[in-house]
Design a binder for this molecule. Structure first.
Ligand code: UD1
Ligand code: CA
Length: 453
């Protein structure tokens, strides 16, 4: 059966106290609406309609994608009215309603729900709550069949005692939905067109209401304020790190690792505390990551070691390579097998060959460094002339003396050596020693100045 998905995202979210539309607030660096859209995509529907209203332009600009359609609900007259705005463009057999501010909804829950929806059945996702205040209540008859949803503000004291709440997420046959929505009225406590009123209509028309109870209340939790947003973030992080642990990662403290993107991991990976993994991060078997590291869009091959306090972005560590503590690997930093980058070393757009080393206090930008080359402490590639960037090329087995300035463009051939403190402005042939510094003068019996009395 074909499926259209409608995501409600027109509400204001006053309690966020924000100039940004509520659904754009992030969980793990992705907007709440983005999470919902991803769950929707995983169901391969015929269409995804996003109903927007408050901050419509901003929401559309942020989420725009070829597989998303946006429908404007100019005035927020209720959830039923919101769905009605999308109806004219729907054509599938069934319609699934999702909420843009309920970001943690899981694909398998939605699949279970959809399995309960056909032309004779409507599927409703409900949740058992200790405090259902504010929720629509699921009213059942003696046989346990759902007969209606009553909104909190319209509910009697008896109905308010019901702990089963409406998550708002439901799946309905489309042609029926069309009939019911056209019959909605706003004659209720909030003067809104309630989507929930279609339940009683469906029952009156002889359809059955099937329910799926969400096992995990956080999965259907919406964020109305920043406190709830933070709770969702924590819950999401817990789900993520538990998945990592199931895949063979040891986390020194699962509460102190944050994942803000997609992480692929091998086995026997060790991650210390206060590590943030962002974007797409690939971590192969046996990798170890020390405390206080931020690793973004990077690849760590087998057995690589990131020591504490490192910052990696679009970087790659070869098998058994290591960096840190306190290394900064900027975009295009690529360490070959067993290469080593030590403390206070910054790399940008630089490849280091197998076993190459830069142990201390060094900036290597726009460079190519051959295998086994050793870059001494305090070396700087002067890669920028104020207008353009230039490359520094070092062959294999080069030895760069400490405190060398390599003024690019410049090439050091295989086995070349630079004397410590040199400013290298011309190419150094293979096997040669280049010394670019003033010769030392020594003055005997030097009279040191004496303090004026
Ligand atoms: C709704 C349900 C309630 C359920 C609760 C779960 C109705 C009438 N009530 O109540 O049964 O327990 O969600 O959180 O459906 N929206 C629009 N346009 C509108 C109105 C709302 O797009 O005109 C969107 C909001 O942005 C939000 C969602 O729909 O994402 C729910 O709206 P909200 O006003 O929060 O509904 P509740 O009163 O919480
Ligand atoms: Ca709500």
């Amino acid at each position: 059966m074909s499926l259209d998905i409608v995501i409600l995202a027109a509400g204001q979210g006053t309690r966020m106290r924000s100039s940004m539309p509520k659904v754009l607030h992030p969980v793990a660096h992705k907007s709440m609406l983005g999470h919902v859209v991803d769950a929707a995509r995983a169901l391969s529907p015929a269409s995804i309609q996003v109903v927007i209203g408050h901050g419509a332009e901003q929401v559309e600009q942020t989420l725009a994608a070829p597989d998303l359609a946006f429908v404007l609900q100019a005035e927020q007259l209720g959830t039923g009215h919101a769905v009605a705005q999308a109806l004219p463009v729907l054509s599938a057999d069934n319609v699934l309603i999702l909420y843009g501010d309920v970001p943690l909804i899981q694909v398998d829950t939605l699949n279970a729900l959809l399995a309960r929806c056909d032309d004779q059945r409507l599927a409703l996702l409900t949740v058992l709550l200790d405090d259902p205040t504010g929720y629509g209540r699921i009213v059942r008859d003696e046989a346990g069949q759902v007969v209606a949803i009553v909104e909190h503000k319209d509910a009697s004291a008896e109905q308010r005692a019901i702990r089963e709440g409406n998550t708002g997420i439901l799946a309905v046959p489309r042609t029926r939905l069309e009939q019911w929505l056209s019959r909605l009225s706003n004659n209720n406590a909030q003067g809104e067109y309630y989507l929930t009123d279609i339940i009683a209509m469906a029952v009156a028309d002889g359809l059955r209401i099937d329910t799926e109870i969400a096992g995990d209340a956080m999965q259907v939790q919406g964020a109305n304020d920043r406190i709830q947003l933070a709770q969702l973030e924590r819950h999401y992080q817990t789900m993520q790190v538990e998945q990592l642990m199931r895949q063979g990662v040891t986390l020194r403290d699962p509460a102190r690792v944050d994942i803000r993107g997609e992480v692929e991991v091998g086995r026997d990976v060790m991650i210390d505390i206060n590590v943030i993994l962002e974007g797409r991060v690939l971590i192969e078997d046996g990798v170890s990551i020390g405390a206080n590291c931020i690793i973004k869009d990077s690849i760590l091959h087998k057995g690589a070691v990131v020591k504490s306090h490192c910052h990696l972005e679009h970087a790659e560590l070869g098998e058994g390579a290591d960096c840190g503590p306190f290394a900064r690997l900027r975009p295009g930093a690529v360490l070959g097998k067993k290469a080593h980058v030590g403390n206070f070393v910054e790399l940008k757009n630089t490849r280091m060959g197998e076993g190459a080393k830069a142990g201390h206090l060094t900036y290597l930008g726009d460079s190519d460094i051959g295998a086994r080359t050793n870059v001494g402490a305090g070396t700087i590639t002067c890669n920028y002339d104020g207008a353009n960037k230039h490359r520094t090329v070092m062959g294999e087995d080069v030895f760069v003396g400490s405190n060398s300035s390599l003024v690019a463009p410049v090439t050091l051939g295989d086995g070349a050596v630079t004397g410590a403190g040199s400013t290298i402005t011309a190419d150094v042939p293979a096997g040669a020693l280049a010394v670019g510094r003033v010769r030392q003068r020594t003055i005997d019996n030097w009279q040191r100045p004496v303090k004026n009395s």
